[in-house]
Design a protein around this ligand. Structure first.
Ligand code: SF4
Length: 137
């Protein structure tokens, strides 16, 4: 229950910062904008700062001290385009496949081939980047 609340609060803070200009808001505006308390948001931001999601800089306004909160990283989520190369997505044996079963990822040639092809593509792309970088230098 507590973990769920923490994740929900962090997600709300990330959304508020994403919707702001320059992904930046004052902490004193941030907790009001998501209808939370100053204390809860302060704790959440301290955790998020440790995880490298936000950065806080001291800010002195007209009458009060607060922090300028900057969103520096949205936790990455896997997109379908990142994994669509995997043979399992189009495999007719998917429903019968499992660890320790006769049909298994442990001895699957199709999966090995798709992993090898993806790795080769990644290597080629890295080589091209290095070549382009060394041409510029
Ligand atoms: S591991 Fe092989 S057999 Fe199993 S679902 Fe993936 S491609 Fe199909």
């Amino acid at each position: 229950m507590e973990v769920c609340f923490v994740e929900e609060l962090e997600e709300k803070l990330i959304k508020a910062l994403q919707n702001s200009s320059d992904r930046t808001l004052l902490q004193s505006d941030l907790w009001k904008s998501i209808n939370s308390s100053s204390r809860e948001v302060s704790r959440a931001l301290a955790r998020m700062e440790k995880k490298g999601i936000v950065r806080r800089e001291p800010f002195t306004g007209d009458s009060h001290k607060t922090y300028r909160v900057i969103l520096i990283k949205k936790e990455q989520k896997v997109q379908i385009s990142d994994v669509v190369w995997c043979s399992c997505f189009t495999c007719h044996d998917l429903s019968r496949c499992g660890m320790g079963q006769p049909i298994s990822p442990e001895n699957c040639v199709k999966l090995s081939m798709s992993l090898r092809n993806e790795f080769a593509k990644h290597q080629k792309s890295e080589e091209l980047k290095k070549a382009a970088f060394s041409e510029k230098a």
